[in-house]
Design a protein around this ligand. Structure first.
Ligand SMILES: Cc1ncc(COP(=O)(O)O)c(C=O)c1O
Length: 443
């Protein structure tokens, strides 16, 4: 079997991926002049694709002169194909770097059927006139208005465009805030979001551990508390109403800001999402939203709603550092929001997650305990650490990446696995679950 691997999440057509990989095998010497290529029907069956995909790749390689067809006897690597000199070519099993299929907490599922709007967004960017100088560091006014409307409608957060700021994602939003907060410790949930911990530490501040499922009663000496109330990351819980009110009361008493990381609240499939914590107290809570779950992490775009009393310092810092997200990306998001792309993608991803979550739960629950309710695009499972490490190694061996719960913990002594289901295709998810179940059953 040819050592090639096609990735259905890769936006390039499968035929193009196959042609690229065969070219690389010839150039690397793994396929040598005169080697016979497998029959298209067999290769298609091995790769789980239609025969036309393989034929399209072979046609391309024939046209480029990498392969040649011999009447009645199949397809061969062509004489003129330029791999390394024959003397250095060894017949050995080539080592092929296979990218891992990500079953992590952060890779979302994106419905390809909405690509037309996506393309329209970038076409609009290509004909729009870019600002001549540094643009408004707060973000494009049109985009801020669209986001303000959406925050009101979907998160119960009544804000106007004047209060919304565009950022380069959640981490950038946190960095901007830290730039204007007193240089005191920041409390972060434990287990909690690792990037937030790293960002706080990089700012030279101490990170205090907030036990993730316990009420917050003490923020003395902290300038902020970083929390994920809509979907505790990674244990999954929705912060109960009493704990929300308690957290706000503690923050008021100890004069700390609550930083609300609202990363994936759109993706509840059992009940409607709870309104944002910031809707309870706009002056105590700084809200961080992101495009990374509902649209695409690689956009590197997010939005913040900052308490009014911090806004002047916040804006001055951003104007000084020119730290605003790129204009083309903001401009594209205007189209994506205006033309309903975001709503359509969120709706279809929610349907996919709602269908996949019970599959994951049914497969893994005989072997491990769920850490909390499953929502969004991942589930968290409690297991002894040594077992989790072995299961993760077995998954990696089979080409899948799952995360260790221990990696999210600082003083918390929890262990297990965080298993995402947004990244894989349906078939990949089935295979990954088989691998995980087999590894768990072996233990
Ligand atoms: C808890 C949490 N918050 C926020 C984000 C998104 O961060 P960013 O907007 O920087 O991509 C993630 C992504 O995985 C996350 O897990």
């Amino acid at each position: 079997m040819l050592p090639v691997r096609l990735d259905r999440t890769d936006p390039r057509p499968l035929g193009t991926q196959l042609a690229d990989q065969v070219r690389r095998l010839v150039l690397g010497g793994a396929l040598a002049r005169g080697d016979r290529m497998p029959a298209t029907r067999r290769l298609a069956a091995d790769l789980g694709v239609s025969r036309s995909v393989v034929e399209q790749a072979f046609d391309q390689l024939l046209a480029e002169g990498w392969l040649e067809a011999r009447q009645g006897s199949g397809t061969w690597v062509a004489g003129g194909a330029s791999g390394p000199p024959a003397a250095t070519r060894r017949r050995r099993t080539p080592v092929v770097e296979r990218p891992l299929v990500m079953l992590d907490a952060g890779t979302p599922w994106i419905d390809p059927k909405h690509r037309a709007v996506w393309r329209r967004a970038w076409r609009e960017v290509s004909v729009a006139t870019a600002p001549q100088g540094y643009d408004d560091p707060r973000g494009l006014p049109e985009l801020r208005a669209l986001l303000a409307e959406r925050l009101g409608r979907t998160r119960g957060l009544a804000v106007d465009a004047e209060q919304v700021r565009l950022t380069g994602g959640t981490g950038a939003g946190l960095r901007h805030l830290l730039a204007v907060l007193p240089r005191e410790a920041v409390a972060v949930e434990d287990p909690g979001y690792r990037a937030a911990v790293a960002t706080v530490r990089e700012s030279g501040r101490e990170v205090r551990d907030l036990p993730a499922l316990e009420p917050v009663t003490d923020l003395a000496g902290c300038s902020a508390a970083y929390v994920t109330p809509a979907h505790q990351h990674p244990l999954g819980r929705v912060m109960p109403a009493a704990d929300r009110l308690g957290l706000l009361a503690t923050a008021r008493r100890d004069d700390a800001i609550v930083v609300e990381d609202d990363y994936d609240s759109e993706f509840r499939y059992d009940v409607a999402p709870v309104p944002a914590l910031a809707s309870l107290d706009r002056e105590r809570v700084a809200y961080l939203g992101t495009a990374s779950k509902a649209i695409l992490p690689s956009l590197r775009l997010g939005w913040s709603v900052v308490p009014d009393r911090l806004l002047d310092a916040y804006d001055a810092h951003r104007a000084l550092t020119h730290d605003a997200p790129p204009w083309p990306v903001q401009r594209a998001l205007v189209t994506l929001l205006r033309d309903g792309y975001v709503e359509a993608v969120v709706r279809s991803a929610r349907r996919v997650y709602a269908e996949r979550a019970p599959r994951v739960v049914a497969a893994l629950s005989p072997y491990a305990e769920l850490a909390g309710p499953v929502a969004g695009m991942y589930s968290t499972w409690l297991l002894p650490h040594a077992r989790a490490v072995r299961v993760r190694a077995a998954a990696e061996e089979a080409g899948f990446r799952v995360n260790l719960l221990r990696d999210y913990c600082r003083t918390a002594r929890l262990s297990g696995l965080v298993v995402g289901f947004g990244g894989p295709s349906d078939d990949e998810l089935d295979r990954a679950l088989e691998v995980l179940v087999a590894a768990l059953a072996r233990l």
